[in-house]
Design a protein around this ligand. Sequence first.
Ligand SMILES: CC(C)(COP(=O)(O)OP(=O)(O)OC[C@H]1O[C@@H](n2cnc3c(N)ncnc32)[C@H](O)[C@@H]1OP(=O)(O)O)[C@@H](O)C(=O)NCCC(=O)NCCS
Length: 170
Amino acid sequence: MAGQWVRLELDLSAFDTDRFERYVTTCRDEGIRLTTLAELGDTPEHRRALYELNKECSADIPERGEFFSYEEFCARRFDVPSYDPRGVVIARDGDDWIGMAATSRHEHFLFNEMTGVRASYRGRGISIAMKTYGMGFARLCGIRRVRTFHHPANDSAIGMNRAMGYADTE
Ligand SMILES: CC(C)(COP(=O)(O)OP(=O)(O)OC[C@H]1O[C@@H](n2cnc3c(N)ncnc32)[C@H](O)[C@@H]1OP(=O)(O)O)[C@@H](O)C(=O)NCCC(=O)NCCS
């Protein structure tokens, strides 16, 4: 399978910020609040909420299979040098966590670990709003490239990234 992933990369210097900021504004107008795990507090309770949201959204990734246990998730996502809570964007409707766009930080690029929106909130561009909001972190780090890869059947994720300007890469 690994050879068949759709590998995508966004060059931030070519990112049309003005165009995509509109998604952030629309979210806010609809009462969806965007924030980061750092701003909310990188607490055990919030890490668990992120896990539950990630697990729920991952069930819709083609051929994803069984999701990690909480312990595995912590080891992969939090207990690694590339973790930074400023790079984990959360969308909330009231107190409910309804979307996430988590990145990890590497020397020359950010990696999109997981973008997910709860099923009942999809189709409103919330993923694009979260990822646009997260660009602020890339700029803060002085990073110009954002990478991701997807299962070839994951049309919505691939389409969402292509809409933002992500292009195929090796
Ligand atoms: C992928 C996901 C995050 C997108 O969430 P979303 O914010 O609801 O996305 P939207 O439906 O609003 O689409 C955003 C844009 O993506 C593109 N898009 C969405 N679905 C598409 C499809 N099936 N084919 C092509 N492009 C598509 C469109 O450009 C769309 O913008 P537009 O509606 O203004 O044209 C969501 O479907 C999800 O959580 N899926 C399960 C988890 C997952 O697969 N995550 C990715 C792996 S990390």
